[in-house]
Design a protein around this ligand. Sequence first.
Ligand code: FE
Length: 217
Amino acid sequence: MRFAKLLVLVAVLGVACRSDTTLSSPSAGASAAASAVPATAATAAPAAAGTATAITLDCVASAAPLVELTEGPYYKAGPPQRTSLMQSGLAGTPLTLTGAVVTRSCRPLANAKLDFWQADGNGNYDNSGYTLRGWQLTDAQGQYRLETVIPGLYPGRTEHIHVKVTPAGGQTYTTQLFFPGVAQNTSDSIYSGAMLVKLDRSTNPIAATFLFVVNLP
Ligand code: FE
């Protein structure tokens, strides 16, 4: 079976990613120490040495596509294009979300549109402006990076980030991302365990990763 891994290095100043079928170490989970970064990956991002947290995103050729979930009532058309949703006075714990958009066969998709929206750390959406709303395109390696905050709870909902994923020229997949270890996950009827980010709370900002697999060959 064909098997490939995307190794994402999450660092304060940047992200380095590579697809490499020769990497043999198993997924280290969300909290791998920097010392566990394979030498091949470390050389790919020398500037990040000592500050990077390695999160391995396994991409298996038979990977199931992302689970589509309801848009909910708070999407607002026309958000700005930006990779950072941070602004002064924003409530919430800083979070950097990184990853990639790939097909079922792990083919990275450049110029895929990711349109994110979410509540602030107090569970409030900005329905009059565009706070915590923004879209971006994946880079040539299919990667994305979002600077934001961990969303808060609001009635009936666990912590979640909404996103619309649109491959170039393709259909839009609407879904939500969730966070591991949140008690309210089990009582949220929309929650999907397939849409859990990998999380490393040891970094500042907290680092999350998610690999969006779209239903393309
Ligand atoms: Fe919501």
